[in-house]
Design a protein. Structure first.
Length: 281
């Protein structure tokens, strides 16, 4: 059994909409104390450590979050979110955190962890508006999963299940920014794997499990989000246990728990639209 403590969407900085960034450092201290007491095999940060302002401010905010991560006793693996990349480069994030932030595979024994650090920068000027998944990142994931020989946890900042955003404060009316425009291609890549898969991401600020083609897609609540908790920060962090089954539990004021049995069996391809058949007749 491998135990992974997970925190995501910390959003340290000034409060913004429903993000209680003013509480982030205190809550990160609580997370660090909890994780050190729980003694997980590793800690996983799924990105958006800050709420971006400008380059100099973001460097300071990221450094303050990095100082709290340095208190953790377990190995810590980071992924950059879109707010970590608005004004900072990947190299600047690497320097602050003291780690490599390229795509990576971690051997966990019976499982492997794929840190899919696909570019999460949101482009704000034409011709590219929103996310744009680099082909090199998609190919890296494809080649990695084609070679996979053991159950695999895929961690990213941006989810790719394509699940509904109805009810989400940020994304119900901004669904195109909840995932990559190439998310359908990502799911085709996942279908190439001959091993059980589980995907976990942050970004959308709520707890969900969506199974697509036999693969569970998990999104975990933000540490400081408040749209599900009446204005107070969710205080959300999680523990994921990987074994013959997968147990995921989120603690805090927006708790969630799921037990999953991922499979290497893929589903039957979806039927063609009914209306196309009726039109042909």
């Amino acid at each position: 059994m491998t135990r992974i403590a997970i925190v995501t969407d910390i959003h340290h900085g000034a409060p913004s909409h429903t993000k209680r960034g003013d509480t982030a450092l205190d809550l990160m201290g609580q997370f660090a104390d909890w994780a050190n007491a729980e003694k997980p095999d590793l800690v996983l940060d799924l990105g958006d450590r800050i709420s971006d302002i400008d380059t100099q401010t973001d460097l300071r905010l990221e450094g303050e979050v990095a100082d709290v991560f340095a208190r953790l006793n377990a190995p810590v693996y980071h992924i950059c979110g879109n707010h970590d990349r608005d004004h900072l480069t990947v190299a600047e994030n690497e320097e602050i955190l003291g780690v490599d932030l390229h795509n990576q595979v971690i051997d966990l024994g019976d499982w492997q962890l794929v840190l899919w650090r696909a570019d999460a920068k949101i482009h704000r000027t034409a011709p590219r508006i929103g996310f744009d998944l680099p082909e090199a990142d998609l190919l890296w994931l494809s080649h990695t999963l084609q070679r996979a020989t053991k159950p695999t946890l895929i961690a990213s900042h941006v989810p790719c299940s394509g699940h509904s955003q109805i009810g989400n404060y940020y994304f119900q009316r901004n669904e195109s920014l909840s995932t990559y425009p190439q998310a359908d291609r990502v799911r085709e890549v996942l279908a190439q794997a001959r091993v059980p898969l589980v995907c976990i991401a942050g970004h959308v600020h709520w707890n969900t499990v969506t199974t697509v083609d036999g693969t569970p897609h998990i999104t975990q609540q933000s540490l400081t989000e408040s749209f599900t908790t009446a204005g107070e920060p969710a205080r959300a962090w999680g523990m994921l246990e990987l074994g013959e089954t997968v147990h995921w539990q989120v603690f805090g004021d927006d708790p969630y728990e799921a037990r999953l049995t991922p499979s290497n069996q893929r589903w039957t391809a979806p039927l063609q639209p009914f209306l196309s058949k009726l039109a042909a007749e």
